[in-house]
Design a protein around this ligand. Structure first.
Ligand code: ZN
Length: 247
């Protein structure tokens, strides 16, 4: 079985469409969505409509989905994120707002191999920023492969016999991570709609459970169009600018 893994789309329709177009010829059977469908970007309704059309095998909520659907306050957000999420809450149709509000929290156990979460398996809102965070998340995971989002950075970690390793030291894309039977893995497919590692290209991953491998991809998309949409909607200009630098 092949799973297409997407996270942190953030209402960036241009990036989302480019990822779906790039993933189609690679082949996949099911889609997993790791949260933050909305927030920051200009097309929350179109993105939710497309995700619903895909009938994903599993979708979990992110922190922006909670605030964007009105089930949590924007207290923890900075001024720019708050302004964008209030715009989102207003822009969503009643049906999409209700659908977003009903998304389950992670972690979700997908099958015998895979678990998904937005931040970490022990706290949906916690960030994996460093090796120690990754170790805590690896130990909290109930499956050999834990997929996460939230940081908008493509990264993979593993642990086997107390040996911790970073699996994504190479910048080459696509990058293949072979799943060793003795190790546990924690992998972030990167952000579709707002990458933050200095590379503006959209990220996604494919998991092949039969061949026991994860492939991490990065693809270009029409950034200028996504930026124009953000300005057109009157969202903060910095949200358009950051897409151009991948931060
Ligand atoms: Zn996010």
């Amino acid at each position: 079985m092949r799973y297409l893994v997407i996270s942190d789309i953030h209402a960036n329709l241009e990036a989302f469409e480019a990822v779906m177009a790039a993933a189609a010829p690679l082949g996949w059977d099911h889609v997993l969505v790791l949260g933050d469908l909305v927030g920051y970007g200009a097309d929350p309704n179109a993105v939710i409509d497309r995700v619903r059309d895909l009938a994903p095998h599993a979708v979990i909520r992110g922190n922006h989905d909670k605030v964007g659907s009105g089930i949590e306050s924007a207290d923890g957000f900075n001024a720019v994120a708050r302004s964008a999420i209030h715009w989102t809450l207003d822009a969503l149709t009643d049906a999409n707002r209700a659908w977003l509000a009903a998304l389950p929290a992670g972690p979700v156990l997908v099958n015998e191999l895979i678990e998904i979460c937005h931040g970490t398996p022990f706290d949906e809102d916690a960030y994996v920023f460093d090796d120690l965070d990754a170790l805590r998340a690896l130990h909290a995971s109930k499956r050999q492969l834990c997929l996460f989002g939230h940081t908008h950075v493509q990264v993979g970690y593993s642990i086997a016999n107390s040996q911790f390793a970073v699996e994504t030291v190479s910048d080459a894309r696509p990058l293949e991570v072979a799943l060793d039977g003795h190790a546990r893995y924690l992998i972030n497919p990167g952000s579709v709609g707002q990458p933050r590692d200095g590379d503006p290209r959209a990220g996604f991953a494919l998991v092949d459970t039969d061949r026991r491998r994860v492939t991490i991809h990065r693809i270009p998309y029409p950034v200028a169009r996504a930026q124009a949409r953000i300005l057109e909607m009157g969202l903060p200009e910095i949200l358009a600018e950051r897409l151009g630098v991948g931060r």
